[in-house]
Design a protein around this ligand. Sequence first.
Ligand code: ATP
Length: 268
Amino acid sequence: MEPDTRPEAAADGAVVEFDAVTKSFGADAPALDEVSLTARAGEVVVLLGLSGSGKSTLLRHVDGLQAPTSGRVRVLGTDVGAASSRELRRLRRRVGFVFQQFHLVGPLTVLENACHGALGGLRAPRLGLPLYPRSVRRAALEQLDRVGLADRAFQRADTLSGGQQQRVAVARALLQRPEILLADEPVASLDPESAHQVMELIRAVAAEERLTVLCSLHQVDLALSWGDRVVGLRSGRVVMDAPTAGLGRDDAMAVYSRVGAPAPAPAA
Ligand SMILES: Nc1ncnc2c1ncn2[C@@H]1O[C@H](COP(=O)(O)OP(=O)(O)OP(=O)(O)O)[C@@H](O)[C@H]1O
């Protein structure tokens, strides 16, 4: 039998590995301080922490938008700090990103916004829906169907509700056929019902595609409902790393206590 030479196939199934990662911006206290964590294929990891605790910085290291000051980040077999710009571009094609503010192009149709998920794999920029290959348009429609919005395909994106726009952003990310999905406070701008729908959708696609999800949230209840694991950050340090099964709301809330207050210890 041929040996499995795929670089991403770590023996323990780890697809994201942070090893003593510190990220400093100038003379300020580091945004990430000796962070070590692992995410495995198909795992939904929720990041909790106060504003400024380092959640976005951590996510930006996973798709190589930022490189560590020290320590090592390894994602799908790529050492992010040592990768060439070509290797980083290749990595980013395998990592989808969903943002709090959706980042759709409002005047364009829902379908064209979904098609943007294919841009990383196309040779030239596409201006206008007809310039996308038919296969891309078909795949984008399938993803819109999956998020329940196929009937809105030819509507302007900015005429949709916030929850619907975020579902379009998920469809756009899925068009990339990512192996990792990063979500930076994806439901912070949504009402509770829409937030629930978006988290349910992310959870469902993670299960169907064995996607690894890293998602920052401010809502502890959503974290406990939808995550497999909670990683708590405080001032750039991991102060909690625990499975959600058996984790109580008060345990998770301890992440938000101020410096000096006790918090659950990181998992061994
Ligand atoms: N490009 C940058 N230049 C300088 N400082 C930065 C930069 N990016 C982040 N920081 C700092 O790093 C720290 C962590 O920021 P980060 O955005 O990662 O926190 P966060 O937990 O995602 O916050 P929020 O919940 O408000 O989004 C903050 O002190 C922030 O000011």
